[in-house]
Ligand binder design. Structure first.
Ligand SMILES: [Fe+2]
Ligand SMILES: [Fe+2]
Length: 305
């Protein structure tokens, strides 16, 4: 792609524009999304220069990713403040800003401000990426937060068990399950950016540790009954989300992730139940009920915070 460059914002025309933006940057994506929702006075094309499918030399791509650019119909290129002004001129609701920016001396001031912004942009981009959930269905972010919290708790359940028990059967069981839960946690961590995770992760670690360590004090029956109770709840928890995603188009990959996690949790439950020769007594059954209710309360909290 060959593009000529001009920095003379005063010579801008209101011809069709092509906006060159960094679609890999959540800040740029959000801003462009605001403009794309409007009906411009002139045709505007949108070119995501972060896409490898857009043919650009390495040098040009780096240049367009580093600063905001628009290309006018005659092929000339504007960047920085001049590019914004050109775009604002054709955007309903933004023309007043373009008129202000075109007052004598205003565009250079805007350009200075833009350069100042570029200096802090990497930090703001990191923050925005740590919050960005645009790749997820909006209605499922809270559920995924509870999944991430739950998998955190699950990891610490087995760590709690391993800290207390010397029973080799339980230790083998706990080590195997810990490996799976660490994989689940890794999967959830990849899906959910850091600033969208539960703010109560320390509490979920402590609660998980206690839920694993306490029954381990009482022996293997208590351990297996506890795991069966937790996994019964977790299988149901995933089932609701899988059902919700089944109705949504384009979410097959995310749905499959949850199906895979649910399949592992169901296997954990079956394995734990297989170790229980007979149903738990009244005390253990009461503990298992408390574990199920505690899990439900944790999900309610983790969905919110
Ligand atoms: Fe899990
Ligand atoms: Fe599990």
């Amino acid at each position: 792609m060959t593009l000529s460059t001009t920095t003379n914002g005063a010579q801008m025309s209101c011809e069709a524009l092509t906006v060159l933006f960094d679609g890999a940057c959540p800040l740029c994506r959000r801003e462009v999304g605001v403009y794309q929702a409007l009906k411009p006075a002139q045709p505007v094309a949108w070119l995501d220069v972060s896409k490898a499918s857009v043919p650009l030399t390495l040098e040009d791509r780096a240049r367009y990713l580093a600063r905001f650019h628009v290309r006018r119909e005659d092929g000339s290129l504007l960047s920085g403040a001049a590019a914004f002004v050109a775009l604002w001129r054709v955007m309903p609701g933004w023309r007043w800003l373009a008129r202000l920016a075109m007052l004598p001396g205003a565009t250079p001031v805007l350009e200075r401000l833009y350069r100042g912004f570029l200096r802090v942009r990497p930090g703001i981009q990191r923050l925005a990426r740590a919050c960005d959930t645009s790749h997820l269905p909006a209605g499922l972010v809270a559920d995924l937060r509870s999944d991430h919290a739950g998998e955190t708790g699950a990891v610490w359940i087995y760590r709690g068990m391993l800290c207390v028990t010397r029973d080799e059967t339980v230790r083998k069981f706990a080590r195997q399950h810990l490996d799976t839960e660490l994989q689940h946690l890794q999967t959830m961590s990849a899906l959910l950016p850091p600033l969208r995770r539960s703010w109560l992760l320390v509490a979920w670690r402590v609660a998980g540790f206690a839920t694993g360590a306490l029954p381990a004090v009482f022996g293997r029956r208590a351990v297996f009954a506890t795991v069966a109770a937790v996994e019964t709840f977790v299988v149901q928890h995933y089932a609701h989300q899988i059902e919700a995603l089944t109705a949504q188009a384009g979410q097959a990959a995310l749905r499959q992730v949850l199906v895979d996690c649910q399949r592992d949790e169901a296997a954990h439950r079956i394995e734990a139940q297989a170790h229980l020769a007979h149903p738990p007594g009244a005390f253990l059954a009461g503990w298992c009920t408390a574990v199920g209710r505690g899990s439900a309360l944790a999900v309610t909290l983790a969905r919110r915070v």
